[in-house]
Design a protein around this ligand. Structure first.
Ligand code: HOZ
Length: 438
């Protein structure tokens, strides 16, 4: 495949935008080469500026559950835009989306819309601190909750991809209030709580991690966290930026049967437009301004275009809950196909999957936390990524990201992807690649 125009655009972008991108993982630094510039997308496919068609496995990092440019979402945005784009005043559609989200997600009475998952997690923690009167939080190595200061401590996703899980610029004062535990290690959490008795406001976690690849919590781990939080009066915050409205109508809480005290959402709740949200019981949310003293605000919060996209997508998911099962089936098909291709080839690998999230790790060790995820062989990952890209398959350009399947993917697309992997295997083994049909 030819990516000449993408490379030329990247060169130009680098003159005016740091690293040529507005979010680091997009720069392909973890895999080498130049990023692909998108021209447009429809359904399961991306079309780049060089005229290539790519089967998309990132779905804008999660939100495009129905596929790209889904008609009811696009029409809702167009119709709304004709009536004005931003008012900084209340609109009815904010309540409509809030009401629908509250009806779909367990354990929440009220929701506050913001503009990104970063803002949602940052604000949720502020509210947790204001509500409990305590200052420390526990987060898990490899979990990513956006780029606000408190969370850039052993953060996953782009931060760890570029070797800066603890970013310069985060003060020691801020860092000391974030305690770090290992994912799936309940004893470690117990020890932290004991050592910081009465000081921990919240534990924040991706209930299914998507920022160190896809990492699945053990049943006893999440149950244990719930029990510890209840016992020590710590708020359990589920960061459902990726899992919310994706693993089921009610997200990971519903699928895994664990109740959170607060939930954060991101891109999904805006149907792919810039939205985030945080939600909890009325009792907790009443501490938020203007009802209570914990401040949070934003001109673009509840923006009508974003609300209309979110409402159209959530309405569709609410009316067609069979989508979640169908997505999980498609993901299982991909898993099985990848397994069939890779087994007995002498390539160490692990596949983690839950619902429509999946990741492939080139390691012998089961991937259960950040440490085991980091054991993946990045040289093999690079060959895999570029081999697949050359066959028209767009995967996350970092081994520390999950893939997100969308409803527009057909079984033929999945089979094309599995066939592409078959062709890439010799490259993974260090052999000469077979000539591609494309
Ligand atoms: N690392 C982000 C997803 N986990 C990437 C976001 C982006 O580049 O858009």
């Amino acid at each position: 495949m030819n990516y000449q125009r993408s490379s030329a655009l990247f060169k130009e972008a680098k003159k005016y935008i740091p690293g040529g991108v507005n979010s680091p993982v997009r720069a392909f630094k973890a895999v080498g080469g130049d990023p692909i510039f998108v021209q447009e997308a429809k359904g399961a496919y991306l079309f780049d500026v060089d005229g290539n068609r790519l089967i998309d496995y990132i779905s804008s990092w999660g939100p495009l559950i129905l596929g790209h440019a889904y008609p009811s979402v696009i029409n809702a945005v167009i119709e709304k835009a004709k009536k004005g784009t931003s008012f900084g005043m209340p609109t009815e559609i904010e309540t409509e989306l809030a009401k629908l989200a509250v009806s779909m997600v367990p354990n929440i009475d009220q929701i506050r819309f913001v503009n990104s998952g970063t803002e949602a997690c940052m604000s949720a923690v502020r509210l947790a601190r204001g509500y409990t009167g305590k200052e420390k939080i526990i987060k898990f190595a490899g979990c990513y909750h956006g780029h606000s200061d408190s969370f850039l401590i052993q953060a996953g996703s782009g931060a760890v991809t570029f070797g800066s899980p603890n970013s310069p610029g985060v003060t020691q004062g801020t860092a000391k209030d974030t305690l770090l535990a290992a994912y799936n290690d309940i004893e470690g959490v117990k020890a932290l709580i004991a050592a910081n008795e009465g000081e921990i406001a919240a534990i924040i976690i991706e209930p299914v991690a998507g920022n160190m690849g896809c990492v699945i919590p053990s049943d006893s781990f999440l149950k244990g966290l719930r029990a510890l939080c209840t016992e020590a009066q710590i708020l359990l915050i589920f960061d459902e930026v990726m899992t919310g409205f994706r693993l089921g109508k009610g997200g990971a809480q519903e699928l895994l049967g664990i109740d959170a005290d607060m939930v954060t959402f991101g891109k999904v709740i805006g149907g792919g437009l810039p939205v985030g949200a945080f939600a909890a019981s009325e009792e907790i949310m009443s501490h938020l301004a203007p009802e209570g003293p914990v401040y949070q605000a934003g001109t673009l919060s509840g923006n009508p275009l974003a609300m209309s996209a979110g409402l159209a997508m959530l309405t569709e998911l609410n009316n067609r809950p069979e989508i979640f099962e169908s997505l999980a089936d498609k993901t299982a098909h991909l898993h099985e196909g990848f397994d069939n291709v890779l087994k007995n080839k002498g390539i160490p690998y692990q596949i983690n999957r839950l619902g429509s999230m999946i990741s492939l790790h080139f390691t012998d060790t089961p991937v259960i936390d950040f440490e085991t995820s980091a054991k993946g062989n990045n040289e093999t990952f690079k060959k895999y990524f570029h081999g697949m890209l050359n066959k028209g398959i767009y995967l996350p350009p970092s081994a520390f990201e999950s893939y997100f399947l969308n409803d527009a993917l057909s079984y033929a697309d999945l089979d094309e992807t599995i066939a592409a992997l078959e062709e890439v295997v010799p490259e993974l083994l260090g052999k000469q690649a077979k000539a591609s049909a494309k």
